[in-house]
Write a protein that binds this ligand. Structure first.
Ligand code: UT7
Length: 335
């Protein structure tokens, strides 16, 4: 829904992505934990995922930005701000955005990291859009990047089969057409979910010690069943709500662009929205859950395949650790 006093919208004018070449397929996991391809595919929809062998999150992010710059006349030095959504920053500080800025040569940019787990890209997209809507900034790079392999326990079958490494970036620029670009959003946080999906140590609550390492507290911990229940409801409700708020029916929506954590959560969301399966962007089969990167990677791949057209109504939706969740209504403006 448009706000009455808005002078401009932010819209996506370029996209890019990077996945590392090394593939871990389900057969690989059959060799290292007690699992099988059939369980993984039927319970999650994942067939393979990628892991980076030669770098950190900032490398994934910088390569995604470089891929984006190959497709636009905008130069890195024209970027005003870089927002990197990630839960796997290279270091606590400096921010990964600083490292990306340096790697891509965005010498006139400021920027920061944004931590919202699997909803990170949505939160960063809205934040970037607001910077543009305010009129101060004209070119904002929004990046979702995670090296999940850095915090994955490859002896834990409950989590290791789920995650992969990737990055993807979008460029936001202003448009005076208030019907296009980032039109509306509903975003939420609720910290009561903090113990269902988290990394137990390494922060100021439990600083790293020999004991935290011995107890494997530096890896992703997830109560899968608990997360599943709230994720299904949270993502389906918020996606339905944003459609209602903007007077959209399932027929008006060109694509649901869901966070890729589990195909069953995605199917439930599409069903609640009345959106048929052929209108749901999916890449979980190829990359697993890449946290902040899943949604922009879907946008990049479907756009490059010619499947997304100017004027298409897209509903982006995510749910993640925190809890964090939300939905964004985006009208695509690229030819
Ligand atoms: O992205 C951020 C948000 N995260 C999510 O949205 C993830 C939400 N949760 C999920 O996607 C699902 O809960 C999982 C995919 C993580 C797990 O699927 P599930 O259908 O909820 O399985 P479960 O955890 O209830 O486990 C069922 C059984 C258990 O065995 P028992 O206790 O019934 O004997 C597990 O030990 O499956 C077992 N299991 C496995 N079996 C083979 C768990 N992981 C595996 C595995 N291979 N990799």
């Amino acid at each position: 829904m448009q706000s009455k006093n808005k002078l401009r919208n932010a819209t996506i004018t370029a996209v890019g992505m990077y996945v590392p070449p090394k593939v871990l397929d389900n057969k690989y996991f059959e060799q290292i934990v007690d699992t099988n391809d059939e369980w993984i595919v039927t319970r999650t929809g994942i067939k393979e995922r990628r892991v980076i062998e030669d770098g950190a999150t900032s490398d994934l992010a910088a390569r995604a930005c470089e891929d984006l710059f190959k497709t636009t006349s905008v130069k890195p030095e024209e970027i005003d701000c870089i927002i990197v959504a990630t839960v796997t920053p290279d270091m606590f500080f400096p921010a990964t955005a600083c490292l990306v800025q340096n790697k891509i040569g965005a010498k006139n940019a400021w920027g920061f990291d944004l931590s919202a787990a699997c909803s990170g890209f949505l939160f960063a997209l809205k934040t970037g859009a607001s910077l543009i809507e305010g009129g101060t900034y004209k070119k904002v790079l929004v990046v979702g990047a995670d090296k999940m392999s850095a915090i994955t326990d490859y002896t834990d079958r409950n989590t290791c089969i789920l995650f992969g490494d990737a990055a993807s970036a979008v460029l936001l620029e202003p448009t005076e057409n208030l019907e296009e670009g980032i039109v509306d959003q509903i975003l939420h946080i609720d910290g009561s979910g903090k113990e269902a999906l988290y990394m137990k140590a390494g922060g100021s609550l439990n600083p790293a010690t020999h004991e935290t390492v011995d107890k494997k507290m530096h890896y992703i911990y997830q109560d899968g069943k608990a997360v599943f229940k709230v994720a299904v409801k949270g993502m389906a409700d918020v996606s339905y709500e944003i459609m209602q708020k903007n007077g959209l029916t399932g027929d008006d929506v060109a694509y649901l662009v869901p966070h890729q954590a589990n195909l069953r959560i995605i199917d439930a969301t599409a069903e609640r929205m009345g959106v048929s399966k052929d209108k749901v962007m999916i890449n979980i089969n190829k990359y697993g859950n890449t946290t902040a990167a899943t949604i922009p990677m879907c946008l990049t791949e479907y756009y490059r395949a010619g499947k997304v057209k100017k004027g298409d109504n897209l509903i982006l939706a995510a749910f993640g650790a925190g809890w964090t969740w939300g939905s964004i209504y985006l009208k695509w403006s690229m030819e």
